[in-house]
Design a protein around this ligand. Structure first.
Ligand code: SF4
Length: 117
């Protein structure tokens, strides 16, 4: 059986470990909310119109330049910024679930456009 002093030391160590683990989890959670977009946007290359997959989907950096004769379903109000597949990052760009690993312009458009619900 432990004496009272030993038990107090054990209790203090337990409290310290608990406090540290709560602080650690809070720090990790905060970092995952704050850091990703800033780091993400800097590390991902920008999608260009001459990318083979972008060409296949009629991707245009500016929705205003979409050729209506080639893309009859396109309307002027459609752009990546209001597409369900777009997640904004920084600097007027974002990620798209179609073009993984590339940044798309928020003013861009492609034929996979799906209106945000
Ligand atoms: S799927 Fe949507 S977000 Fe992705 S490039 Fe096309 S219009 Fe933009």
């Amino acid at each position: 059986m432990k004496n009272e002093t030993e038990q107090n030391i054990i209790n203090l160590k337990r409290r310290s470990m608990l406090k540290n683990s709560i602080f650690g989890l809070t720090a990790i959670a905060a970092a995952s909310v704050i850091v990703p977009n800033a780091v993400y946007a800097d590390d991902i290359p920008v999608l260009t119109e001459d990318d083979p997959m972008a060409m296949g989907l009629g991707y245009k950096l500016d929705t205003a330049t979409v050729d209506a004769t080639k893309q009859p379903k396109h309307t002027a109000d459609q752009s990546c910024s209001n597409c369900a597949l777009f997640t904004a990052t920084t600097g007027g760009a974002g990620t798209c679930t179609i073009f993984t690993g590339k940044l798309v312009n928020e003013k861009a458009w492609c034929s996979a456009y799906a209106k945000k619900g």
